[in-house]
Design a protein around this ligand. Structure first.
Ligand code: MN
Length: 429
């Protein structure tokens, strides 16, 4: 079907790790995502690969010499492809490594998963055109999309220091906000706290300062993808965002999933990518035959909410919405190329967020801002609770799956984060 496929994608492949062969697992042998983990929170950091409900210590196999994910990410795509092939072969049923490698497995629920790599820089794009349109309508009913949107992949530089891994908790942020009926702003806990359903691209090989990455090479600089929840304080955002864009509304916490699903693992789910004929076509530097042929990636996304009341009642989380990365307006290659067209240098481990990934339907919105239409219409949950924005104790879980007929389904694992009550105001002063 496409030249990106190889023996590691064979849907018939089975692993001697039995849990990898179950229908429900996110981590069959066709996935093989990378994480940084340790035995206990203080244990030595290791590079692991997920297989079913286990994690494989990759360095112990002798296939790599580093325990540092950023060093691995700097490897060439050819070297990474060879590593994937060797891991796939060693974990396959009947492999000669079965007895030896079995000693290098740990149950995932018995280890500590860390941020997968050092994230030096974080950029958040705005590729979700349905999100941009819906949010734009709230502010500008006559012109929801600004004139630049279909020409330039919009983004802003975010903050890397507050990015945490799934399981992250954070206090409701304080911020300066000004309500519509108030004359002056007040410092108080955000009362319009929201999530954003996003994917993140983790950069592999970097580029030298001053040397742009062309479309034809762009994906060679993408190591893989994670889920990203770009928590947002909408009331802070509304007051501060003009003229320089998001600042404190976004930098108090961002949560990513621990497993990096490699671009190679995503190969079976590639799809043609074009803008509608009635839209401006990408400028030549953002266009390539490969991007048109297979620039899209089918990733089905879900947002789940688990409130304190649900947990107290022993209820599971409730799904709020579903969308797909195929509905984004710009591709991974276009984000990488645009980011570097001025010579900006990307480094291994840099994170590029896609922006909120909403679909065209009202129930496909990737934020509460959209689902509650700017806080005007509360959602009613199955247990009778209502939400316009997040309450203290709310946990948000993002999930992602890739499915296609003729291929093994792969998933990303959960990206979970939880809102704690604001710190006592006295502590802020
Ligand atoms: Mn965002």
């Amino acid at each position: 079907m496409n030249e990106l496929l190889n023996a590691t994608h064979d849907p018939q492949l089975r692993s001697w790790v039995a849990s990898a062969n179950g229908a429900g697992t996110d981590f069959p042998i066709q996935n093989l995502p990378f994480a940084t983990y340790s035995q206990g929170p203080q244990g030595a950091r290791k590079i692991g690969v997920a297989i079913g409900d286990q994690v494989l210590d990759v360095r112990a196999t002798g296939l790599i010499e580093t325990s540092d994910m950023n060093a691995l990410m700097a490897q060439s795509p050819a070297a990474m492809s060879a590593l994937r092939a060797a891991i796939s072969q060693g974990l396959s049923e009947g492999s000669a490594q079965h007895a030896e490698w079995a000693q290098f497995l740990s149950p995932q629920d018995a280890v500590t998963l860390h941020l997968p790599c050092r994230i030096g820089d974080y950029t958040d794009f705005y590729t979700g055109i349905h999100h941009a349109t819906t949010v734009g309508k709230l502010f500008r009913p006559d012109e929801p999309l600004l004139p630049n949107y279909k020409w330039v992949p919009i983004g802003y530089h975010g903050r890397a220091s507050s990015i945490g891994v799934s399981g992250q908790t954070f206090h409701r942020p304080m911020g300066q906000t000004k309500g519509p009926k108030e004359d002056v702003p007040v410092l108080r806990p955000s009362h319009r706290l929201d999530y954003e359903l996003e994917l993140g691209v983790l950069v592999g090989q970097g580029n030298a300062l001053g040397e742009p990455i062309a479309m034809g090479e762009a994906e060679a600089h993408a190591f893989g993808m994670v889920l990203l929840n770009d928590w947002s304080a909408r009331d802070v955002q509304a007051w501060e965002y003009q003229p320089l864009g998001p600042f404190l509304a976004k930098n108090f916490a961002s949560t990513i999933s621990p497993w990096i699903v490699t671009m190679e693992a995503l190969a079976p789910f590639r799809a043609p990518f074009t803008h509608p004929e009635s839209d401006p076509q990408p400028l030549p530097y953002l266009d390539s035959p490969a991007n048109r042929k297979q620039g899209g990636i089918g990733v089905a996304l879900e947002v789940w909410l688990h409130t304190q009341a649900m947990r107290d009642a022993g209820l599971g989380p409730e799904r709020l919405s579903q969308s797909n990365f195929l509905d984004a307006y710009w591709t991974v290659a276009q984000m990488l190329t645009h980011h570097t067209v001025n010579g900006c240098n990307l480094q291994p481990g840099d994170l590029l967020g896609t922006g909120t990934l909403s679909g065209p339907g009202p129930d496909q919105a990737g934020s509460l801002l959209e689902l509650s239409q700017g806080g005007k219409n509360a959602l009613t949950l199955a247990n009778g609770e209502t939400r316009t924005f997040l309450e203290d104790g709310d946990a948000v879980i993002l999930r992602a799956l890739c499915e296609r007929n003729g291929f093994r389904r792969i998933g990303f694992g959960d990206c979970r984060g939880q809102v704690l009550a604001a710190r006592a105001q006295a502590a802020v002063g």
